[in-house]
Design a protein around this ligand. Structure first.
Ligand code: URA
Ligand code: CA
Length: 442
């Protein structure tokens, strides 16, 4: 078999066989296929696509390119969740413990922030002492004892994706629906859970800029799960403004703790999305028959404090100082040298927000990295005070910047001001949840 023949076939819009796809993944991962040939093949895929069978074969081959986590030592249905990445998106920190408080089993591997988007692992590291790198034995022990653990992705999980993703990033081949679906699903499947709820973001703070693209991606990932014997539900959700009000690591942890302490209103988008995703996780786990029952149980776990207790137990089991899992104490981790409020110069109604730019405004303050090796300052970031459709004037701040290093203060302010579009038209509220796609829908 030769890679050049695979490239030719894809250029001619012909499907690759299962054997050809395995050959490509295996030999690119072990270094026998050079970058230039793999890049040519990826570009042909980006332009000519792949059918569902090819995408399933690619996912399977990538999934088996490294370790596949065995969670069979943990009783019960293991349920995972994944977000395709957004800004102010703190759902994992809320839902993982809430679902555990309702009897679910959450053994989750998460990532760090990528570009302008935040990552759960960076957020968890806001807790002094918390170690996100747990051995497989420790991971299983914590999940068995607490019902939930969220740790960093192990070193040899889907090495094929690490290599292919890095190549896609520099060859204009990221935005291909089959390539994104296989990249995400190979990692989720290798992480070993029985059931997976996907939060597929759409909008100006997401990879998928249109709802149609997001729905296509969501359907494909649900179909891939079905093909490979896992229960998958995808929820397509809005990312045309930050989901929560906090953008930054300890700030987002604080918002999650406030939600788990029943201090956030049920109409709040972060609250609503957490309940929607959590309900799908309970249903896939067989712990609730329908949405109403699932939602009631999640709400009870907030009101009783059972969800917060799980969060605290998880932080403690991972070596973190659990005293900060309290809506007052957590403020200590959000202390900064300086807070700056940002105001608009003209009164009006917020017409739109450039969500990616708001993510970058927090990133330049030190909440995210510009390069892989950059440190993160957990305390810094942005607290938004307004949402799209809100009225603002010269004396109502758009947001408060939390700053420790003034170097990029002006850059951050400029980004916030350029991100928020003010006009005079009153706006209809736009949807938070566009579509829910379950196994039976594909
Ligand atoms: N996230 C992934 O893990 N892979 C992609 O290709 C895109 C987003
Ligand atoms: Ca189903």
């Amino acid at each position: 078999m030769r890679i050049i023949d695979c490239i030719d076939k894809k250029v001619e819009k012909l499907p690759l066989t299962t054997e050809e796809i395995h050959f490509v993944v295996e030999n690119y991962t072990n270094g026998r296929i050079p970058d230039e040939q793999m890049a040519a093949l990826l570009m042909a895929v980006r332009l000519n696509g792949m059918d569902d069978r090819e995408t399933a074969d690619l996912t399977y081959a990538m999934m088996h390119s490294g370790d596949v986590v065995d969670l069979s030592g943990i009783d019960g249905v293991k349920v995972d969740k994944h977000s395709t990445g957004g800004v102010g998106d703190t759902t994992t920190l809320v839902i993982a413990p809430l679902v555990a408080a309702c009897g679910g089993v959450v053994a989750k591997m998460s990532g760090r922030g990528l570009s302008f988007t935040g990552g759960t692992i960076d957020k968890l590291e806001s807790f002094p002492g918390l170690n996100v790198e747990q051995s497989p034995d420790q991971f299983l022990r914590i999940v068995n004892e607490v019902g939930v653990a969220v740790i960093g992705q192990s070193g040899n999980l889907v090495p094929a994706d690490k290599l292919i993703y890095a190549l896609r990033d520099v060859t204009g081949t990221v935005r291909s629906i089959p390539l994104i679906a296989s990249s995400i699903m190979s990692k989720k499947l290798a992480a070993g859970s029985d059931a997976i709820v996907l939060d597929v973001k759409t909008g100006n703070g997401a990879f998928m800029r249109t709802t149609k693209e997001a729905i296509d991606l969501a359907r494909l990932m649900v179909a891939l799960g079905k093909h490979l014997d896992r229960s998958v539900t995808a929820v397509v959700t809005d990312m045309n403004q930050p989901l929560g009000m906090a953008i930054g690591n300890a700030l987002e942890v604080r918002e999650a703790i406030e939600l788990l302490s029943d201090r956030i209103a049920p109409e709040d988008p972060l609250f609503r999305l957490c309940l929607t995703l959590g309900a799908e996780m309970l249903m896939l786990s067989g712990l609730a028959q329908n949405k109403e029952e699932a939602t009631d149980r999640l709400q009870e776990a907030i009101i009783s404090g059972a969800g917060l207790a799980k969060f605290k137990a998880m932080v403690k089991a991972m070596g973190g100082d659990e005293r900060y899992c309290d809506p007052y104490q957590i403020n200590e981790l959000c202390k900064v040298e300086k807070k700056v409020q940002v105001y608009v110069s003209n009164a009006g109604i917020i017409q739109a927000m450039d969500t990616e730019e708001l993510g970058k405004a927090a990133q330049v303050l030190g909440a995210g990295r510009a390069r892989k090796e950059d440190p993160i300052d957990p305390a810094v970031g942005i607290m938004m005070h307004v949402r799209v459709g809100d009225s603002v004037s010269q004396d109502t701040p758009l947001c408060t910047l939390y700053i420790n290093d003034e170097t990029n203060e002006q850059d951050s302010i400029n980004r916030v001001l350029s991100a928020v579009q003010i006009g005079s038209t009153p706006l209809e509220k736009f949807p938070l949840i566009y579509e829910i796609i379950r196994g039976e829908d594909v």
